[in-house]
Design a binder for this molecule. Structure first.
Ligand code: GCB
Length: 655
């Protein structure tokens, strides 16, 4: 495997910034007479890719902000119906000897060509025009019964006319996410491959796109693979497809490719902004304006297109769950302008406390999968985000853990608005090839892309690098590299991982947390299932804890399956009463941990998992939700809400 994302500029080249758009930019007007070939050659040259030898090393995706910061007319949606071909044998990609030519810059065969039969004698054994459609964004599994369990290649094709554009503008195709791997082609030219199912990527198509009837073809492959991130085994559905928005994004010739605006480290009254330009006019004047606060500052970008601007911002209303203050921020260069709404806050730990804006806070949390149980399938829209996070607010949560992979960008934006702190995570889950350098690069790429996307969201307070991983030196080395990556990109958030609890040979009621990786995290977070996988709920009363690190303890999971609407006594597995009793007893158990500073029970709503096969109870669903698949709250919902109300009241009373 060669995750091409790993070839992007080293995150260290821009500390606290983002992966750079590689190479010197070369401007190509849409209207220019440049041939597609030279246009593509120029795009590749910019990215240091040799077209002749690109097999296995497709070009790294470009970095361009999506619709959130570049609204219409700069962004045009390619959402909607796409023609699709299901391709379990990969016939659109490899020949009968198993050799692929499609990885070349100009494939000579295969579905990438989107060929239409020219005369009645020509043999063309596929036809996108007459193939069925799927809706984008959307996973394929929940759109067609035949695809419910499908894992393999599926081809998408969409034809479009290029948007009207001023001369000198550049054009990108931007994907919110494609699970798991995407090969992207425009008009028969290969743009590149992106690996990793939950983070955005974009390719430049300046000069390649025609005025009319462009053919955009994407081969998406969600086959699980041992060297992948995640790897073979997960407790969630492997939804495939173009699961998030697809957009055409137009930018000026030199544009703001990335930016970060936040409080300067260690201060409460200074703002620091970093801006990176991409394009030929690297040196420009940059202005940062927060009109609502009467603030404006200027600086010039250096020869690499980067400007750092720092300015005083006394008495700025800070962001918190109680008052989620967001401020209009406009960043302008001489050629470009971007608007965002940004909150300012601090998050840190002191001893065993978590401090938000210098005040101790208890994380009243809940875990969430990116799934809309009522519609079925992956959640992707702002409405989905409002529903899921609205349920969390109803629990009186102030914190959500977006498990187990980066969720869509709406989640953090809606959390910004609603006042929910967020834990974001990459799918380094259970068993990963800890000694495989490509696997590590892929995990780093996903982390880097996530941080690049969400670094301006005040709601995001935790980057988590793993879930339930085994204690071995190779694993610890792997995860330590991810911590270093996260800290080098963003020193303003807490780093964590959901670790595991271990037993003691001599004392069956002792639970130990002493994972050596805990040395490198800011929180001691661990999943524990006493009363479900480990004994019955009564056991919780006998447990004592040995937690090695004097850091804030955040329980990242506990829970029990309950089939919504099934009532029995509290010892009957899968009944609502069992789950309710377990929640009561677990909360009582956790109260005895002196450094306990937060919890995210597993989980907000029932979600699909192929591991969960018990007929009439699970039927392919993990039932640990506090809300059933039809949206009905289970009894344990009220138990957790009552606890959160109590914690909130105590905080208000200052106890
Ligand atoms: C865990 C995993 C989570 C599972 C959950 C369960 O520890 O982190 O992904 O879904 O347990 O339900 O067993």
């Amino acid at each position: 495997m060669n995750p091409d994302n790993s070839r992007r500029a080293s995150p260290r080249s821009h500390p606290r910034l983002w992966p750079a758009v590689a190479g010197p930019a070369l401007l190509l007007a849409l209207s220019s007479a440049a041939s597609a070939e030279s246009a593509l050659a120029n795009v590749y040259a910019r990215q240091g890719v040799d077209m002749g030898t690109m097999e296995g090393f497709p070009n790294p995706p470009a970095m361009v902000r999506d619709r959130q910061s570049r609204p219409a007319p700069h962004a045009t949606s390619l959402n909607g119906k796409w023609n699709t071909i299901i391709d379990p044998y990969d016939v659109g990609y490899v020949d009968y000897r198993g050799v692929s030519q499609d990885a070349l810059a100009r494939p000579t065969r295969g579905f990438a060509l989107d060929r239409r039969q020219q005369d009645k004698s020509e043999l063309v054994e596929y036809n996108f025009d007459t193939s069925p459609t799927l809706t984008v964004p959307g996973d394929w599994n929940s759109q067609n019964d035949r695809l419910l369990y499908y894992e393999g290649a599926l081809w998408y094709r969409r034809r479009f006319d290029a948007p009207k554009s001023a001369p000198g503008n550049r054009l990108f195709v931007h994907f919110g996410a494609a699970n798991y791997e995407a090969d992207v082609y425009l008009n028969g030219w290969r743009l590149g491959r992106h690996v990793g199912g939950f983070t955005p990527f974009a390719y430049e198509i300046t000069g390649l796109a025609k005025e009319k009837d462009n053919s955009l073809v994407v081969r998406v492959n969600n086959r699980r693979r041992p060297e992948g991130v995640p790897a073979m085994n997960t407790d969630w559905w492997n939804y495939g497809g173009l699961t998030r928005d697809v957009l055409l994004v137009q930018t000026p010739g030199t544009f703001i490719a990335q930016y970060h605006v936040g409080l300067k480290a260690g201060t409460r009254d200074r703002i620091e902004a970093t801006v990176q330009l991409d394009g030929p006019r690297k040196q420009q004047k940059i202005t940062v304006t927060l009109a609502g606060l009467g603030l404006k500052a200027e600086a010039r970008t250096d020869a690499s297109g980067v400007a750092r601007i720092e300015f005083p911002a006394a008495q700025i209303p800070l962001w918190s769950p109680e008052r989620p203050a967001l401020h209009d921020v406009v960043l302008s260069s001489e050629t470009d302008k971007i608007a965002d709404r940004i909150g300012f806050r601090t998050i840190e730990t002191r001893g065993t406390d978590i401090l938000l804006n210098d005040k101790p806070v208890f994380l009243r949390g809940i875990c969430i999968h990116e799934e809309n149980p009522m519609r079925g399938g992956r959640a992707y829209s702002v409405e989905d985000a409002r529903m899921l996070l609205g349920w969390a607010k109803e629990l009186n949560a102030n914190f959500v853990r977006l498990a187990h992979y980066p969720h869509n960008e709406h989640m953090a934006r809606v959390a910004d608005e609603l006042g929910l702190m967020v834990w974001e995570e990459i799918p380094v889950y259970w068993a990963i090839q800890w000694e495989n350098a490509d696997t590590l690069h892929l995990a780093q790429a996903q982390l880097t892309e996530l941080i690049a996307r969400d670094q301006n969201r005040a709601s995001v307070v935790v980057w988590s690098v793993a879930n339930e991983t085994p204690i071995t030196p190779e694993r610890t080395r792997f995860l330590k590299t991810l911590v270093d990556t996260a800290r080098s990109l963003d020193g303003s958030r807490l780093i964590s991982a959901a670790m595991e609890v271990h037993g003691d040979k001599h004392n069956p009621d002792l639970r130990i947390v002493d994972d050596p990786f805990g040395e490198f995290t800011d929180l001691v977070s661990f999943n524990q299932y006493i009363g479900w996988y480990d004994g019955l709920p009564d056991k919780t009363a006998r447990i004592s804890w040995s937690i090695k690190y004097p850091k804030p303890v955040v329980i990242s999971e506990f829970g029990a399956d309950a089939l919504q609407g099934w009532h029995a006594d509290a010892l009957t597995r899968f009944s609502e009463e069992y789950q309710e009793d377990l929640y009561r007893k677990t909360i009582a158990m956790l109260r005895k941990i002196p450094a306990w500073r937060g919890v995210t029970p597993w989980i907000l709503a029932d979600f699909r998992s192929p591991r969960r096969v018990l007929p009439n109870v699970q039927d392919g669903w993990n039932r640990k939700g506090l809300i059933g698949e039809n949206g009905t709250r289970k009894k344990a919902f009220a138990v957790l809400k009552a606890f959160y109300d109590e914690v909130e009241q105590r905080a208000v009373r200052g106890k």
